[in-house]
Ligand binder design. Structure first.
Ligand SMILES: N[C@@H](CC(=O)c1ccccc1NC=O)C(=O)O
Length: 294
């Protein structure tokens, strides 16, 4: 595909006391980006998975999809790509990189992951003006976060509203998730590592909780919930829970889509083209809503 080369760099979205090496965003653009040069284009913003704790799944898990998208015609509608790092929960049993107890970037619990993503969105809005023109994409635990963010999460100012939210292989009902996999203790372990207060699971699960909040997805014009029949790690019932919730809250200005993905749980992002395909389809829904530009 002809056109300017994609450029990649990393920025810190938090500085000073409390900032860690995981308070970063990876950004891919075609030349310098600014709110004035990319008007009318959409930012694609990715939240990675990894069960809130896996050090080997990070912002760069979006790179294969970014490469795939940059070779497709849709690239002319995209302002840039962002992938957000956030602090992780403890993982002392990891075979290669166990979390040291004194590492501030690997010893947090809910709501720190979500707050980090919120800070990243505020930072990006301040620098690039993403409000109402970004697609928030999350995979697995990242999809949980995409559907768990709400406008007043941070005291600073409201989080920017997305144009579209795309959740892939998300965990939306924590109790049902752990129950469905109760023969595999690791599910309970990683859920409790990130959300130690089990009595609060109902309240913090995106499909059952957050009542009285103003979730970001309720402000999106297009809401897409996606899973793959070949996913061996997250059961597809999770999608039905979230779909049911979304349908119960829709107003006339929103569209909800259930989108089939292919491939295994991690193959979706590892392959690049599967995740890219889901983003292209979601972009098409978004574009058909706004109609042809004059
Ligand atoms: N690689 C992760 C596991 C993981 O990511 C995962 C496992 C089962 C169901 C969902 C998962 N990830 C969701 O973000 C770990 O080692 O804990």
């Amino acid at each position: 595909m002809a056109g300017p080369e994609l450029q990649h760099h990393r920025e810190r979205y938090l500085e000073g006391v409390g900032a860690t090496e995981l308070h970063t965003v990876d950004i891919w653009t075609y030349g310098p980006a600014s709110p004035s040069t990319d008007l009318g284009k959409t930012w694609i913003i990715f939240i990675h998975g990894g069960a809130w704790r896996d050090p080997e799944v990070d912002s760069m898990s979006f790179e294969p999809a970014v490469t795939a998208l940059s070779n497709l015609p849709i690239r002319s509608s995209i302002a840039g790509f962002v992938s957000i790092n956030y602090r992780l929960s403890p993982y002392p049993s990891h075979s290669k990189y166990p979390s040291p107890p004194d590492d501030p970037s690997r010893n947090v619990q809910h709501p720190c992951h979500l707050e980090d993503v919120g800070h990243a969105l505020l930072y990006l809005d301040g620098k690039y003006g993403i409000e109402d023109r970004y697609m928030l994409v999350g995979h697995s635990a990242g999809a949980t976060m995409a559907f768990g963010l709400y406008l007043s999460l941070l005291p600073d100012r409201p989080l920017p509203r997305p144009a579209c939210v795309l959740g892939i292989a998300g965990i939306y009902d924590f109790d049902a998730f752990v129950e469905a996999h109760k023969s595999i203790p690791v599910y309970q372990q990683f859920m409790e590592s990130a959300f130690p207060e089990r009595s609060a699971w109902h309240q913090v699960s995106p499909s059952t909780g957050l009542t009285g909040y103003d979730p970001l997805w309720e402000r999106a014009k297009i809401i897409v919930i996606s899973n793959s029949d070949e996913d061996q790690l997250v059961e597809k019932e999770q999608d039905s829970y979230m779909l049911k919730r979304v349908k119960s809250r829709l107003d006339g200005h929103q569209q909800i889509h259930s989108l089939a993905a292919s491939g295994g749980h991690n193959e979706i992002w590892q392959s690049g083209h599967i995740l890219a395909g889901l983003i292209v389809q979601s972009m098409q829904w978004l574009q058909s809503l706004s109609g042809p530009r004059s």
